[in-house]
Structures are given as structure tokens and as C-alpha cells.
Design a protein around this ligand. Structure first.
Ligand SMILES: [Cu+2]
Length: 477
């Protein structure tokens, strides 16, 4: 009967683990103290905190769930519904109040993603719902917090089905047009509204000199009209910039314009302007997001150039910078969007991993031929108890690099020096069961230039044949 005994023991262990899993919060303290206790919890712990929407003492829990970075969408929706019920108010009011609480700076990607989520919930409401809240939105547009104003102006435009009244109101206050323009990427599928915005935005760009407003207008223009005319405006901003902020916005905005709409003759001057821009930037700042965007764009523009210019621009860029590789987990498919990439031996590399999927994913780089071993070992590891630990990364010299586990909506960076020894290194997600689909090859070569002159596609470690495509979807790195 030893098995029965073990089962019973296991049962007791599991029970006590479950009891431990709901973090204890002292609710009979000041609201500040409750907030402090909640602030110390990881997202996973916060989700497990006891709560019910029929007891007002749990209000801070719902507020924390609604405004916490990288919180999953269904949890935010639950928190919103609970706050609406508890306060006897509307989602619009709750979301505007939530926007007043989140950091304004958006200096980190997770802060920016947090703002995106809340704005998405506010502006994703049907137009007739927003129309009933028109007064509330108008009040919000006079708030002192820029994020509240951003949400409010966006909501007013959707409610009115016309940007004119909101534009008129915003133009009466210093800096408010920038708030209105920053809501444009969040206007969802309101195509008509976007079309109606492109004329005033273009007019504003011709005359407005304020760097923040110009930057917001440049981004808004690319969202309203991702065509050749907009590409030309963006190219002009990059070539004869009015300042760092508008230029950075233009660099980012070009990524929204499909390659087919790029003006052929302008691609090379813009690519060379980007090389010059990176050169002027001190090396310590070259891995900051605006520079990474510039390098990424430089690489893409180079890809559209004839062979000689392409090799030259890429060589110049690579001499200046760490090589940046962007990889995404493809939602609901359990694959990376990049099957393979090439790096030069001994050179610095930065991988930017984004996870727009609902499941958590990581990226682990392993020695050549180690896909199955790392995947199998990682997949049998228990979930970590320490939220700061790198989950499912096995302790083996086969593992060269690893990100932490990224939750839904998060992104992370991995900085490292490429191995000195050329070869077909593997990368994979080690979350249990994912590696069978979620993997790729990091091809390390002696010289990128030599490889590019005679490219050879690496072998898929599962099919043992060369990869059929590099990037899932379109484009190249
Ligand atoms: Cu995964």
C-alpha cells in the first residue's frame, strides 16, 4: 500500500500549496497600507487575492488589477465590471480615472503597453455608448493628466463620428492637440474618422513648430494614411529634421507604411541619413528604443536597395551598432514569427522578444543540436516559486542565453555577444510542450558580409531540411 500513502501525502502537500497560493492581505488597515501590500505582489499573486464585488473593502484589489502592467485582458475586464458595479458608475468614468493613475512617461515598454490596454478598453466601446458619455468625456478633456485628456479626446471623436468638434476644443488649449493626436493610434477600425483626420493633421504639420505636437502629428498621419504621400512627409522629416522628437516619431512611423508605398528614389538617402544619425549618437545610447527603431528601419530600407548599396548601408550600420533582432510569439499558433536569423561571431546582439499571445513564452538559446534536450529538460521542470526566477530554463551548459518568461502583452530584451564559434545554434521556448513548434536557428557566421555575398539557409532541426521561409508572414529582418 505504499502508493496509497504517497498519494495521500501528495494530496496534503497540494492542499497546503493551494492554501498558500492566495496571498493574505490585511484589509483592516488604511487604504494606503492596502495599496502598499498589493503593490508588493507579482501579477500572478495579485490575481489570486480574494475578492468579491459585493464588499467595498476589495475596491483597491480591483483598482490594482485594472491598472497593473502586463495584466491579462480578461482580468482587467473583470476588474472594470466590478468597479462599475461597486461605484454605481460607467466604464468610461472608471477608465478615465484609471488613466489618471498610471505613469505618464511611457519610458518603458511595459508602461506604454499598459496605457495601450486601458485606452483600448476605453476607445473600444461602441460609438453609441461613448455618445451617452459625451459630457463625461468633455470633462475629461479638461483634466490635468495628459493621459486622461488623450482618452477623452479620442472618445469624443468616436462619439461624434467626426474629429472636428474635439479638434476645435483641443486647439483652444496649449498642448491639447498633441493629446488628441496621440489618441489616433487607438481609434480602432473607425476608418472614416481616420480619413477625416488626415487633412487637418497635414495642415498642422505644415505650420506647427512645437516638437511634441509635431511628433504626435507625424505618428497620427501614418496611422490615418499609410501611403506614398505620407512616406514622403516622413522621409522629409528624417532628412531635414526639425528636432530629435519629431525625427524619432518619423523613423517609427515609416514602419507603418507598407514597402510597396515607399518612394523608390528616396529610400537610399533616407537609409544613409539613418546611418549618419546612428553615427552621431554616443554608443551608450545606441540600444535605447529610438535608436533601435532607427537601426531596424535602416536594415529594412537597405533590404529594398540594389545589391551594392544594400551591402554598403548594412556594413556601415553593423559597424556602428549592436545587431538587433526582433522576434514575436505569433498569437494562438505557438510559433515564433522568425524561423532563423544570422549574426556575426563575437559581435554584440540584442534580441527583442514580444509576446502578444495569451500564453506565456520565453526564448532560450542553445548549443547546436540541443533543441530536443533543452526542450525536454525545461518542460519537465516544476513551475518556479520565485516570481523573479527564469522559469523552465534547465541548468545545463547547453543553454547559452535565456529571457525570463514573458506574460501576455509583455516584451523583453536579451543582450549578449554572439558565440565565437560559427554554427547553427538553436532557440526555443521552454514553456512545457512549446519547443516542438516554437523554435528556430541562430546562424553564427565568421563574416556577415561573406555570408550575404553567398547566403545559405540553415537546416530546420526537426525536418532536417533547409527552412522554407525566414519570417512567418512577410518581410525580412
Ligand atoms: Cu512558448
Amino acid at each position: 500500500m505504499p502508493n496509497l500513502f504517497l498519494d495521500a501525502l501528495l494530496c496534503v502537500t497540494l492542499l497546503s500549496a493551494a492554501q498558500e497560493s492566495a496571498p493574505r492581505i490585511l484589509f483592516d488597515t488604511s487604504p494606503r497600507a492596502v495599496e502598499y501590500q498589493l503593490g508588493r505582489l507579482s501579477n500572478e499573486q495579485l490575481v489570486r487575492v480574494e475578492r468579491t464585488d459585493s464588499d467595498a473593502k476589495y475596491r483597491p484589489v480591483y483598482l490594482a488589477l485594472l491598472t497593473r502592467r502586463a495584466m491579462a485582458r480578461p482580468i482587467r475586464a473583470e476588474a472594470l465590471a466590478a468597479l462599475v458595479k461597486m461605484d454605481g458608475t460607467t466604464p468610461t468614468r472608471v477608465l478615465l480615472a484609471a488613466l489618471a493613475r498610471v505613469p505618464v512617461s511611457e519610458t518603458t515598454e511595459s508602461d506604454a503597453q499598459n496605457v495601450d490596454s486601458l485606452l483600448g478598453m476605453l476607445l473600444g466601446q461602441p460609438a453609441d455608448v461613448l455618445r451617452q458619455q459625451r459630457e463625461v468625456l468633455a470633462q475629461g478633456s479638461a483634466a490635468s493628466e495628459p493621459l486622461v485628456r488623450r482618452g477623452a479626446y479620442g472618445g469624443m471623436m468616436i462619439a461624434d463620428g467626426d474629429p472636428a468638434p474635439a479638434w476645435q476644443a483641443a486647439s483652444l488649449n496649449d498642448g491639447h492637440l498633441a493629446d488628441l493626436l496621440r489618441s489616433v493610434p487607438h481609434l480602432g477600425k473607425a476608418d472614416q474618422l481616420r480619413a477625416a483626420l488626415s487633412t487637418p493633421v497635414t495642415a498642422l504639420l505644415a505650420e506647427n513648430k512645437d516638437p511634441g505636437t509635431r511628433a504626435a502629428a507625424i505618428t497620427a498621419l501614418a496611422w490615418t494614411r499609410p501611403d506614398t504621400a505620407t512616406f514622403d512627409v516622413l522621409a522629409r522629416e528624417i532628412l531635414q529634421s526639425s528636432g530629435d522628437e519629431p525625427r524619432a516619431a518619423a523613423v517609427k512611423a515609416v514602419q507603418l507604411i507598407p514597402e510597396s508605398a515607399w518612394t523608390r528614389g528616396t529610400i537610399e538617402p533616407v537609409a544613409r541619413a539613418i546611418v549618419a544619425m546612428v553615427k552621431e549618437t554616443p554608443s551608450a545610447r545606441r540600444t535605447a528604443p529610438p535608436m533601435l527603431d532607427a537601426i531596424q528601419l535602416g536594415e529594412r530600407l537597405a533590404g529594398a536597395l540594389p545589391a551594392n548599396a544594400r551591402l554598403e548601408v548594412r556594413r556601415d550600420l553593423r559597424a556602428l551598432v549592436v545587431q538587433v533582432v526582433r522576434i514575436q510569439a505569433v498569437p494562438e499558433q505557438m510559433i515564433f514569427d522568425l524561423n532563423w536569423f544570422v549574426v556575426q561571431a563575437g559581435k554584440p546582439v540584442q534580441i527583442v522578444l514580444a509576446n502578444p499571445d495569451a500564453m506565456p513564452h520565453n526564448l532560450v538559446i542553445g548549443a547546436p543540436g540541443s533543441l530536443e534536450e533543452i526542450g525536454t529538460k525545461g518542460g519537465t521542470m516544476p513551475p518556479p516559486t520565485d516570481p523573479a526566477a527564469r522559469a523552465y530554463v534547465p541548468e545545463t551548459p547547453l543553454v547559452l542565453q535565456a529571457t525570463r518568461l514573458l506574460n501576455a502583452g509583455e516584451s523583453g530584451r536579451l543582450n549578449f555577444t554572439a558565440p565565437a564559434k560559427p554554427g547553427e545554434y538553436v532557440y526555443l521556448c521552454t514553456f512545457p510542450g512549446h519547443w516542438v513548434r516554437m523554435y528556430g536557428v541562430m546562424l553564427v557566421v565568421e563574416s556577415l558580409e561573406a555570408w550575404e555575398a553567398k547566403p545559405a539557409v540553415p537546416i530546420d532541426p526537426t525536418t532536417k531540411k533547409p527552412f522554407a521561409v525566414q519570417r512567418v508572414g512577410a518581410g525580412s529582418i
